[in-house]
Design a protein around this ligand. Structure first.
Ligand code: GDP
Ligand code: MG
Length: 601
């Protein structure tokens, strides 16, 4: 295809503002999906995505479109719609999807207005210098306020109110006009036809039957079927077994040329061999310079995952191995905990990523798990110059520490202006610092903060929602790190450390953390035959203490010396219950207590 006839675009929207529904209408209007095959959210394939209404993996769909009006009318164009993951955890993947586009549709619910996720993605689109088409969706809703929000949008991106399109993805109203505007406003891709081939990977997805399917945009030159390609980041070479475009089912072709978007298959079985952001070139007469913007995915949040039943450990390992085939950002290594047994320390891009993986492990692999409280990654600088990276709080170094660095994020919060005070207060207690504040309209305000990631991974979102009656939205992206006064708080049972409860907290919050954990555990740990002190300590300094008093537990006493078989049964039952006990030092703790203590409340 002549690049002048290609338009590569994406839709960016806050969750539930109608991105998937709009994509459905476009598939229908352009005729790539027949009416009778149409099902809602055609492109959202994974069940978990569909249920939660989130799109995790991006894809690209090729659609033909001949505008009905204007200078281009009647000329067949190719529209490539690139689906971006909407969520903050996947910022890097979003940024690579955006980099494959020349324009984007900024979709906003006409009854809700702009939300934080809209803004965060808009900023990314602007950084990638995309042409932005502002669109209000759901104008069929009685509660829609198209005039008000058109003004908000126009103000935000600096266009005329008249330039804001109004559509209903549900009824289809205005969607054909939107497709015309995409042709008219989005610039065609520019690349050098004669140059050595360079294609950017913006997604790679593992498929059980075909191996890894890699989605690319060809920036320069051409990739042909059967050629040998090379990944510039690793130098690995592969044969192009299949190349083509999805429309929306995969349709093989002879190759992909300048500006074209499509997929390729090389037979590799692991997405880490086909990394998002990497540049593909040809083995012979290939390019030497990679396209800009590549970086390795970096896990930001870690959690220990342990099987509830220790004998499930091999299954957990197999399940993680399988999930990793499709998830280059998932990392893990075996770990042993005195309290929880054998498990894994697993790294995630963020909280949603963690939740999604946990849910898949439980749902798709039938594993019952205990997860330790999520923690961020710390860089510790020791006085002797060593710089250990800490991904597990219980491994925080004990020697002389010069400095501890923690990751910080740039957060965008959006809410009705009546909640400014509540939000500022919350961010203050979470060690945030205000970067700026803007009114989107007279009653809606955007606040920008720098916040330690550690303060967000723990129930920040819930706190925000409850303080703003659900009206505030939040988005954030990792920016850098800062030095902070952080200490490790240990929890000791009868003098023995419970590694699963060690936490790294700011020194001003250490006391509160210690008191909370100690009193929580006092309620959860059953009485033993001796007194059990529960202590919270920083190093050797105890900062909180509780005691579980001794009890002489004699189960047999209940049986009044009667029926002997009943007695035996009871003994057996007790033995079984013990199996589910974990022993810390001399203290027996039911597993349930650990689970309860680890859950946030
Ligand atoms: P996404 O999270 O941005 O992909 O949003 P969805 O496409 O899943 O839509 C979220 C909800 O809004 C669904 O219940 C849709 O049926 C509904 N929806 C989407 N577009 C419209 C619209 O134009 N009008 C109305 N009334 N509802 C819509
Ligand atoms: Mg969706």
């Amino acid at each position: 295809t002549d690049p002048a006839l290609i338009r590569n675009f994406c839709i960016i929207a806050h969750i539930d503002h109608g991105k998937s529904t709009l994509a459905d209408r476009m598939l229908q209007l352009t005729g790539v999906v027949e009416q009778r095959q149409m099902r809602a959210q055609y492109l959202d394939r994974m069940d978990i995505e569909r249920e939660r209404g989130i799109t995790i993996k991006s894809q690209a769909v090729r659609m033909p479109w001949a505008p009905t009006e204007g200078g281009d009318s009647g000329t067949a164009h190719i529209l490539n719609m690139i689906d971006t993951p909407g969520h903050v955890d996947f910022t890097y993947e979003v940024s690579r999807s955006l980099a494959a586009c020349e324009g984007c549709v900024l979709l906003v619910d006409a009854a809700q207005g702009i939300e934080a996720q809209t803004l965060a993605n808009l900023y990314l689109a602007m950084e990638n210098e995309l042409t932005i088409i502002p669109v209000l969706n759901k104008i069929d809703l009685p509660a829609a306020q198209p005039e008000k929000f058109a003004a908000e949008l126009a103000h935000l991106i600096g266009c005329d109110v008249e330039d804001v399109l109004k559509v209903s993805a549900k009824t289809g109203e205005g969607v054909d006009r939107l497709l015309d505007e995409v042709v008219k406003l989005v610039p065609p891709p520019v690349g050098v036809k004669e140059a050595p081939a360079r294609a950017m990977i913006f997604d790679s997805v593992y498929d059980a039957y075909r191996g890894v399917v890699t989605y690319v945009k060809v920036v320069d030159g051409k990739l042909n079927k059967r050629e040998r390609i090379k990944m510039l980041s690793t130098g690995a070479t592969h044969e192009l077994l299949e190349i083509g475009a999805s429309s929306p089912e995969m349709t093989p072709s002879d190759g992909l040329a300048v500006g074209e978007v499509g997929y390729l298959i090389t037979g590799v079985k692991d997405v880490r061999q086909s990394k998002v952001g990497d540049t593909i070139t040809l083995l012979h007469k290939g390019a030497t310079e990679a396209l800009p913007g590549y970086s390795d995915p970096k896990p930001m949040v870690f959690s220990g995952l342990y099987p509830l039943d220790g004998s499930d450990y091999p299954e957990l390992r197999d399940a993680l191995d399988k999930l990793q085939l499709n998830d280059a950002a998932l990392v893990y290594e075996p770990e042993t905990s005195a309290a929880l047994g054998f498990g894994f320390r697993v790294g995630f891009l963020g909280l949603l990523h963690l939740e999604v993986i946990r849910e898949r492990l439980e749902r798709e692999f039938g594993l019952a798990l205990i997860a330790t409280a999520p923690n961020v990654v710390y860089r510790v600088v020791m006085e002797d110059g060593e710089e250990p990276i800490v991904t597990n709080p219980s491994e925080f170094p004990t020697g002389k520490i010069a400095e501890v660095y923690e990751p910080v994020v740039r957060a965008t919060l959006l809410a009705p202006s009546e909640f400014i005070g509540a939000i500022m207060e919350l961010c203050q207690t979470r060690r945030g610092s205000l970067l700026g504040m803007d009114y989107l309209s007279e009653d809606r305000v955007e606040l920008r903060y720098t916040l330690p990631l550690a303060e967000i991974v723990f129930d920040f979102f819930d706190a925000l929602k409850s303080k703003t009656r659900g009206y505030a939205s939040l988005d954030y992206e990792p920016t850098s790190e800062q030095s902070a006064a952080l200490v490790k708080v240990d929890i000791l049972l009868h003098g023995d450390k419970v590694d699963a409860f060690s936490a790294i907290v700011h020194k001003d919050k250490a006391y509160a953390y210690g008191v909370r954990m100690a009193s929580k555990l006092r309620e959860l740990i059953p009485r033993q035959q001796f007194e059990v002190p529960i202590q919270a300590a920083i190093g050797s300094r105890v900062i909180a203490r509780e005691t579980v008093r001794a009890i002489r537990k004699d189960v047999l006493a209940k049986c009044y010396g009667g029926d002997i078989s009943r007695k035996r049964k009871l003994l057996e039952k007790q033995k079984e219950g013990k199996k589910r006990m974990k022993v810390v030092g001399r203290v027996e703790v039911p597993q349930e207590a650990f689970i309860a203590a680890l859950s946030s409340d």
